[in-house]
Design a protein around this ligand. Structure first.
Ligand code: S3P
Length: 174
């Protein structure tokens, strides 16, 4: 046995899903249950650029943001025993999907659009959550990509701790 919980063949857990799915709060709870470290990809991007995500988008555009996101993901994918909360668009890039699929277990936190919209404050911190109609189209266009995750977890109306317990159990079954 290598971990604090059960037999784990997995070295990393990647949490994915739409903005407002709870990736960061579930990620923290999961990391503490597993005795692993937690990293938030968006926070790493901000730290590496010394700039908020919305400013990166504003100053240099989305394509530039996606390049940094890819670089940071590749860097983090070498860390042992880590739970990584991805940004909502991180696995749209097929290269990023190769990275996460080859280095860990992917978990989709599946929330309804209504839950996501309620949780995300429309204060401009998320440049791609501009208005409800645009965000809903984005949500729908991404569902097929999120469904490629190895584990699907319903994340509506549940606490981060409760979701993390289910994720930990399901990851140990892999
Ligand atoms: C994005 C989601 C954000 C952040 C950026 C782009 C997206 O992360 O990476 O604003 O494309 O869905 P969260 O999902 O953590 O809000």
């Amino acid at each position: 046995m290598r971990e604090t919980v059960g037999y784990m063949t997995v070295e990393r857990v990647y949490l994915l899903g739409f903005m407002g799915a709870g990736k960061t709060s579930v990620g923290r709870a999961l990391a503490s249950q597993l005795g692993w470290s937690f990293v938030d990809l968006d926070a790493e991007i901000e730290h590496s650029q010394k700039m908020a995500i919305r400013d990166i988008f504003e100053k240099s555009g989305e394509a530039h943001f996606r390049r940094i996101e890819h670089e940071q993901l590749v860097r983090l994918s070498g860390r042992p025993h880590v739970v990584i909360a991805l940004g909502g668009g991180a696995t749209i890039d097929p290269e990023n999907r190769l990275v996460v699929d080859s280095t860990g277990a992917t978990v989709w936190l599946n929330v309804s659009f209504e839950t996501a919209a309620r949780r995300v404050s429309m204060d401009g911190t998320r440049p791609l959550f501009r208005d409800p109609d645009h965000a809903q189209r984005l949500y729908e266009s991404r569902l097929p990509i999120y469904k490629l995750a190895r584990i699907h977890v319903v994340a509506d109306n549940r606490s981060p701790g409760e979701i993390a317990v289910e994720v930990a159990e399901r990851v140990q079954e892999l």
